[in-house]
Design a protein. Structure first.
Length: 142
């Protein structure tokens, strides 16, 4: 894990899910996933978009800061179809679903409206790749 990610994770946990710097005021989660090749448990901090009516659903964006390739965490989540989310002080399992078409575009456009950096990421890689949007839905306790 990069030093930068480690600092964000430490700050997130020390402040009940809140971080400062470029993420001040933004909704953040820590996504726990398993490396599809290494099998190691990994944690990736990321911004999310809450569903407008269902607290059990959030959306995350595989922007990788506008890099030409998808982030590893995206490939891990797609391969597994499940993960865990640390949100505030709670950790819970989620089911992963990739959005497509209009559904994907609506969620991405809303995130870009709220956080213009996401519009910049999309412009940066226009014609190279479309930034994936993943829906993470809480799995009810058994």
């Amino acid at each position: 894990m990069s030093d930068w990610n480690a600092k964000v994770i430490d700050e997130f946990r020390a402040n009940e899910g809140r971080v400062g710097g470029p993420f001040a005021g933004a909704p953040m989660v820590l996504v726990h996933h398993r490396g599809r090749k290494s099998g190691r448990e990994l944690v990736s901090p990321m911004m999310y978009l809450p569903h407008e009516t269902d607290e059990e659903i959030i959306y995350v964006f595989a922007s990788k800061g506008g890099a030409p390739e998808n982030p590893d965490w995206y490939r891990n989540l797609i391969a597994a179809g499940e993960a865990a989310v640390e949100r505030g002080t709670e950790t819970y399992p989620v089911r992963v679903r990739e959005l497509t078409g209009d559904e994907r575009d609506q969620r991405y456009d809303e995130q870009a409206r709220r956080y213009p950096g996401f519009a910049e990421y999309a412009q940066k890689i226009a014609g190279i790749r479309t930034i994936p949007v993943l829906e993470l839905t809480r799995v009810p306790a058994a």
